[in-house]
Ligand binder design. Structure first.
Ligand code: ADP
Ligand code: ZN
Ligand code: ZN
Length: 723
């Protein structure tokens, strides 16, 4: 009789002991089904128990140990253990988050992967005998033209690729006897000098842990650097983990990576995958069959026995931080994993997070810079349009309109960037002052004229647009302010001959809608784009030569100390969409503060100067990266309950905290009410990480033992992004 310790997805900071007749040390790292309460739960065996510690008769027996899948290795258990300790989350919840749901349920995992194919003897015979042209034959001929073997998904993406199934049925293609070599295929571009230097530096850094910041302006060819580094690792027989932000992981990028390494096993991991596919990818990573794991933040949990390199693209992107449940930062965990596994990690960005930049300045990370664009001769010119003394037409200045008209004449594309979707942010009554408030949140209902709804962007609450003021009956109620739909409508009036396309989360609700929009733009089937931050990320549109920014000033004065950093990143990214091809690009920013240093640095493409200024401000104000923070948040139907829990937590903290830890007063959150719950928060911070972490461990242990008001929930957020 062995005792197994099982991490279960239950909000309690402990593991649970069970007996298992035949368990051995080889079962550590395996999923199990166990009885729990009156039902059954699945969890992970994290250790074998000490038989002396508990009376065995009192323990229940496990129902089933999943042995069809290799056990998760020790380094993976260390990783989830670290996450549980660092973010002060129950181990079982970390495991539940890190494992694909299918695997966690300890179901079987099918192994229907994307096979590597080669031309079979029957295929060669068919080629030799070719009489009648057909789509299948055309595809076979294209394949016979060179290279191979190829992954099925790569063939499918070729012209006439849908015939791949037919080729398999005819026996013209067969699963390759052995995986093809992992060398990059196709004609590779000659690296620019800067790219070559960066690649040499990372590879020359030798084996072992090294953290690099690859600071490359937009269009400098960071992706090419990643691919070269990956190519090197693959030929060494190592695996590569490549993380990208949520929105950047598109089939185009998957194709670009898979196409470069046609015979390598490229696995995508993201939360939009169906259960089966996610489990399959995870198991391929775990068994060492995946060569490249390409994924969003959760891919940082992929087990990789042959790991040789970690790449984090757009490392500053906020989507790397999970904003609910276990609030981990995949970027930070990537660095931790690289150190743990003694491999290099490359963090790439045109606008690094100030935390990362600070590390590169003080030597913790090594810096490589790509200051030149790879193809386009120059960066776009950036200019402010002073809007203080001019009359705007629905938010659009005459100068911006003229610039758009010019692009239309030249057959080029323009993008009007406004980070606010909907028609107008609020509906109001000029006669009694009524405004469309969300009944469940401290927020306004946004006017969506396209489908005639009032909608809350926070809780999803949704209703028809009233015909008259609900408070005084006035029929003349007005949408106030501007969103993308309103700009789209006005541009359509101003430029009736142009094809205006809106790109925001309403227009791209699903991944496939988003794909379709990108294709439409790339194919040149749109002249004027109106987009939110969705348009800011890594896409290349050679005909896009103008970016007009409107409504950015609001972020200059936002209360959040990270707002300027985010604004600068966003504007630099979105401006970087202009002039990516051979045509020069122009960025026009409408502002009432044309002399603001943020815009001035932006106009000079001077990230360094912006970062220096922002870091000085942070140092003076005592903000990260010069302090380390954690936020305890509580929410309840009544604000009093949330605040009094935090007051109580504060008193407990005072008895536990060393002098190095500063404890602030509980305050209601800026957006206090969300989806009928009132929210408050309590900030704790310290100049050093160690005393803060030690204190948090003690504090959280005590907090778990407190009785709380009914319906009160609390969570701890370590290194919070929103303060
Ligand atoms: P970034 O990620 O730095 O914004 P990308 O990697 O997307 O830049 O590269 C921008 C464009 O330049 C892409 O179209 C890419 O194919 C091209 N490119 C990158 N490196 C080279 C090179 N060495 N020679 C020619 N074209 C390149
Ligand atoms: Zn009214
Ligand atoms: Zn709401």
């Amino acid at each position: 009789m062995a005792i197994v310790r099982v991490a279960l997805p239950i909000p309690l900071p402990q593991v649970f002991d069970y007996v298992a007749a035949d368990a051995s040390p080889a079962d550590v790292g395996r999923c199990v089904k166990v009885p729990f309460g009156r039902g059954e739960r699945t969890g992970l065996i994290v250790a074998l128990g000490d038989e002396a510690e508990v009376e065995q008769q009192r323990l229940k027996a496990v129902h089933h140990i999943q042995r069809a899948v290799p056990a998760l290795p020790a380094d993976w258990l260390e990783l989830v253990g670290f996450v549980a300790r660092y973010y002060h989350a129950p181990l079982g919840e970390v495991v539940a988050l890190a494992l694909p749901p299918g695997l966690r349920r300890a179901d079987g995992v099918s192994d229907d992967e994307d096979p590597v194919l080669e031309i079979a003897p029957a295929g060669h015979a068919a080629l030799a005998a070719a009489r009648r042209a057909s789509r299948s034959l055309a595809l076979l001929q294209a394949l016979a033209g060179g290279g191979g073997p190829w992954r099925r998904s790569v063939i499918r993406a070729l012209e006439a690729g849908e015939a791949v199934g037919d080729l398999l049925r005819r026996g013209w293609l067969a699963v390759a006897a052995q995986a093809g070599d992992r060398h990059a295929t196709g004609v590779l571009p000659t690296l620019t000098t800067e790219q070559a230097v960066a690649v040499e530096a990372v590879l020359g850094g030798g084996q072992g842990f090294n953290a690099w910041l690859l600071h490359g302006v937009t269009g400098s060819g960071k992706t090419e650097v990643y691919l070269r580094l990956a190519a090197h690792m693959l030929t060494q027989g190592r695996q590569v983990l490549m993380l990208v932000p949520e929105i950047a992981l598109t089939p185009q990028l998957e194709q670009r990576v898979a196409g470069r390494f046609a015979a390598a096993n490229v696995v995508s991991l993201h939360s939009a995958l169906a259960d089966g596919a996610r489990s399959r990818g995870f198991v391929q990573a775990l068994s060492g069959r995946a060569d490249i794991v390409l994924g969003t933040r959760l891919a940082v949990f992929a087990p990789l026995p042959r790991l040789g390199l970690i790449l984090v693209d757009e490392e500053h992107d906020a989507s790397y931080k999970q904003q609910e449940g276990v609030r981990y930062s995949a970027r930070d965990l990537a660095v931790w994993r690289a150190r743990q596994r003694a491999v290099p990690v490359v963090l790439g960005s045109a606008t690094p997070a100030l935390e990362t930049w600070h590390h590169a300045r003080n030597g913790r990370y090594a810096l490589q810079t790509l200051a030149q664009r790879a193809v386009a001769a120059t960066l776009p010119s950036v200019r402010c349009i002073d809007t203080r003394r001019i009359k705007l037409d629905e938010g659009l200045s005459p100068a911006l309109q003229a610039a758009i008209a010019q692009r239309l004449e030249r057959g080029e594309q323009s993008l009007v960037f406004l980070n606010r979707r909907g028609y107008a942010p609020v509906l109001s009554c000029p006669s009694c002052g009524w405004v469309s408030r969300c009944p469940h949140c401290s927020a306004n209902l946004v006017v969506h004229l396209a489908d005639r709804r009032l909608r809350c962007h926070h809780c999803g609450c949704d209703g028809p647009i009233p015909h008259a003021c609900p408070s005084c009956g006035n029929q003349d109620i007005q949408p106030f302010g501007r969103g993308t739909q309103r700009i789209e409508a006005r541009l359509t009036e101003l430029f009736p001959q142009a094809r205006v396309l809106r790109v925001d989360r309403d227009a791209a609700r699903t991944r496939s809608q988003w794909e379709k929009l990108l294709e439409t733009i790339a194919a040149g089937e749109a002249d004027i784009l109106v987009g939110t931050q969705m348009m800011a990320k890594g896409h290349d549109f050679p005909k896009l030569t103008l970016v007009g920014v409107i409504g950015a000033d609001a972020s200059l004065h936002a209360a959040d100390f990270r707002a300027p950093e985010r604004l600068f990143q966003q504007l630099m990214q979105v401006g970087g969409r202009a002039g990516r091809g051979t045509l020069p690009g122009e960025v026009l920013i409408q502002t009432e503060y044309p002399m603001h240093p943020l815009y001035q640095h932006l106009a000079r493409h001077d990230f360094d100067a912006f970062a220096r200024m922002a870091l000085q401000e942070r140092r003076a104000a005592g903000f990260p990266p010069f302090t380390h923070q954690a936020m305890l948040r509580a929410d309840a139907p009544a604000l009093d309950d949330a605040v009094s829990f935090l007051r109580h937590a504060r008193r407990l903290a005072e008895t536990l905290a060393p002098a190095a830890v500063r404890i602030f007063d509980p305050v209601p959150m800026r957006m206090t009410r969300l989806a009928r719950r009132e929210r408050a928060q309590l900030l704790v911070e310290a100049d050093q990480r160690a005393p803060l972490q030690a204190f948090l461990a003690d504090w959280v242990a005590v907090l778990y033992r407190q009785r709380t008001a009914r319906e009160l929930r609390w969570q701890l957020d370590v290194d919070p992004l929103e303060v």
